[in-house]
Every structure is written in C-alpha cells, then in structure tokens.
Design a protein around this ligand. Structure first.
Ligand SMILES: Nc1ncnc2c1ncn2[C@@H]1O[C@H](COP(=O)(O)OP(=O)(O)O)[C@@H](O)[C@H]1O
Ligand SMILES: [Mg+2]
Length: 367
C-alpha cells in the first residue's frame, strides 16, 4: 500500500509546531533543571546549553531537509520538465517519489499533459509520413499513365502507327490511360474533401429495398460489360426505411465494387451483393472471389493511405484512401463496417445501418 502523503499545508503546520514547541520545550527543561539544581556547576550549565543548541540545530536541519525533499526537489524537477516541454521535448518524465500530496497531483497533471503532447507529436509525425508517402505514390501512379500516353502519342507522330487500325488501337490506349488518371484525380479530390471533414450530407428517408434494387441493376450492367458474374439478393421487407444520403451511400458501393474488380485474380470472376434483414439493422454483404486480404493486412485496410504490399506492387493504381472514405461515410450514417477474407479465395465487406422507424404517433424515432 502506498504511504499516505502529507499536504503542504499540514507540512507547514508541522514545521511551525516543531519550530515553536521544540525550543520552548528545551528552554523550559533547561530552566527547570537550573532552578531545581542550585549547585549546578558552570561546566554542566554550559554543557546543558550546548546540548540544547545542538538539538535545536539538528531539529532545524531535519525539518529543512524534510521540506526540501518533499517540496523543493520535486518542484525543481517539475520546473525542469516544464522547461523541456517548452523546448518541445516531451520525453522528460517526472516521478512523484516522496513529494507531498499537492505536488504529486501537480506532477501527475504534468505527466498526463506530457504523455498527451507526446502522443500528438507521434501522431502528427505519422500523419506527415503518410502524407509524404501519398504524394510519392500519387506522383508515381500519375507518372505511369502519362509516360505511356507520351509513348503512344510519339508513336502516332513518328508514324509507327502506320495503319488506321494501329492508330485506333493507340488512341484507345491513350483514352484508357486518361480515364485512369481521371479516376486517380477524383480519388484525390474525395480525399481532400474527407480530410477537411466538411462532407455535407443530404440525409433522406430511403426505402432501402428499392434503393438497392436500383443500385444492383446499374452494378449488374457494369459487371456484364466487364465479364464478371454478378449475383444479387435482397430479403428486406418492402417498407424498410433508413436515414441516409443516397449519393454518399452510392460512393460506398462503388468503392467496394471498385476494389473487388481491381483485386480480382480469377478467370471465373464473381461478385455478389446481399441485402439482409438484421432485425434492428439493415445488413449489406458484398463478396468477391478475388485475391483476398492477408490476416496481417486486415487490421489496416480501413486506414487512410493503407495499401497492402501486394496491392502496391501490382500495376493497379490506387491511393489507399477508398476504404477510409467508405468507413467514414458508414460511420457518419451511424453504422459499422468490417471485412472478412480468405487469402487467395476472396473478400466480403459487411456493413450495417440502423433501420428507421416511425412510432404509433407518426413521430420519427430510431430503434
Ligand atoms: N476486395 C478486395 N480484395 C483484395 N484486397 C482488397 C479488397 N478491398 C481492399 N483490399 C485491400 O485493401 C487496401 C485498401 O483499399 P483502398 O482503401 O480501397 O485502397 P486502394 O484501392 O487505393 O488500394 C487495398 O490496397 C487492398 O490491398
Ligand atoms: Mg480502393
């Protein structure tokens, strides 16, 4: 058990008591001895005074050390720590040791502040590194299509693309590369919007069944064009309503589907969307049979800028912000998102959003 610490106030009272009563007590005793022993020799009397002075001196020394140890020393350390913090060094820890109770409190406040400042510093360094990494990734990802556009344009100008078919092929490649760059720039814009936290939601009451049916129709057409097998199931009751921003929710679906397409490595490609009734929640599952996500990457895929190494090494462009935007949108809708995956087999993204319910008075309320 920790010893109970004394407050500075108690210390001052105690110091006063020692400083006032010890001399009074000793002087009282001396007078008493002198009064009762009239035959005391001058030597004994001198010895008595010397002893009193010595005791007073050591008492004063003791009290001074006691206060220095309990008040002055820790305050000196604390002040050194504060100086370090002012200089921007958040590593200087101050220990309370035998300080008095009020100073222990001050020290623990200092420590809380210091640890928080250090955490913030580490976070901002991490953020800075991520930003730098992003800029370098994006420059790289933008450079790749630009280099090939340059190459193909030179091919046309130099007459390498001699036949109309060849020229057509070159132009088509240039077009595809431009589309790739456009996508990347859109992601950057989305990123800077998400960073500034000023996404303005246009929340509406959505009939989820109809909403997902419409989405699935569009996604289905797109998947057909890409030669990807698409399955869709919606087992929600017709009247299920959620409060959501349809455009932002669409962004979520597009991003997840975009990843499924991008990280697909099978010949027989399959993507499915299931919208299920989870009681109080609407449950959405979006599954693919792509390359999957390794257990070590899994905890970080929703982090801003995170891309699995294997995703980085492929030619597939990306900035690693898609899923962080997806997560933010779902959480801003009061929902939750997570992923399950078997490496090599495929990935399933799950998200839930609470249903909206009107009570018997026709008032809006939530489960
Ligand atoms: N369906 C998926 N299949 C395999 N890996 C995925 C899938 N979805 C996401 N990932 C992994 O999660 C990472 C983060 O995804 P995201 O934030 O969308 O970034 P990006 O698509 O720009 O790489 C990806 O780099 C990839 O490694
Ligand atoms: Mg993505």
């Amino acid at each position: 058990m920790k010893p109970k610490r004394m407050k500075i106030k108690t210390r001052i009272y105690l110091t006063f008591a020692v400083v006032a009563f010890v001399p009074a007590f000793l002087i009282g005793i001396t007078f008493k001895l002198l009064g009762t022993d009239e035959n005391m020799s001058a030597d004994t009397a001198r010895g008595l005074f010397a002893a009193v002075i010595l005791i007073l001196f050591f008492t004063a020394l003791l009290v001074t050390f006691w206060n220095k140890h309990g008040i002055l020393d820790p305050i000196t350390k604390l002040s050194k720590g504060l100086n370090q913090v002012r200089e921007g060094n958040f590593e200087y820890a101050v220990e309370a040791e035998d300080a008095s109770a009020d100073i222990v409190e001050l020290i623990s406040d200092y420590e809380n502040m210091r640890v928080r400042l250090r955490e913030n510093e580490l976070k901002s360094i991490e953020q800075e590194n991520k930003n730098r990494e992003l800029v370098s990734n994006i420059s790289h990802d933008l450079k790749t299509p630009i280099t090939s556009i340059k190459g193909y344009v030179e091919g046309i100008l130099d007459g390498v693309a001699s036949t109309p078919e060849k020229q057509q092929k070159y132009l088509k490649t240039i077009y595809d590369k431009a589309v790739e760059m456009d996508k990347l720039i859109n992601e950057l814009t989305a990123f800077s919007n998400a960073c500034s936290d000023n996404v303005v939601y246009n929340f509406l009451k959505l009939k989820v069944k109809d909403y997902f049916n419409d989405c699935a129709e569009e996604v289905g057409l797109d998947m057909d064009n890409r030669g990807i097998g698409f399955e869709y199931k919606n087992s929600l009751p017709d009247d299920t309503v959620i409060i959501a921003d349809p455009e932002q929710l669409r962004k979520v679906i597009n991003n997840i589907i975009g990843n499924s397409v991008k990280y697909m490595d099978k010949d027989e490609k399959k993507i499915s969307i299931r919208v299920l009734d989870g009681g109080d929640d609407v449950v959405v599952e979006m599954e693919d049979n792509g390359k999957g996500i390794s257990a070590s990457d899994m905890p970080r895929i929703f982090d801003r800028f995170y891309r699995a190494d294997s995703a980085r090494t492929t030619a597939r462009g990306g900035s690693g912000i898609g899923l962080s935007i997806v997560k933010k949108i779902i959480e801003d809708h009061g929902g939750r998102i997570w992923a399950t995956s078997v490496e090599g087999k495929g990935t399933c993204m799950h998200f839930i959003i609470r249903k909206h319910k009107e009570d018997i008075y026709g008032q809006d309320s939530y489960y």
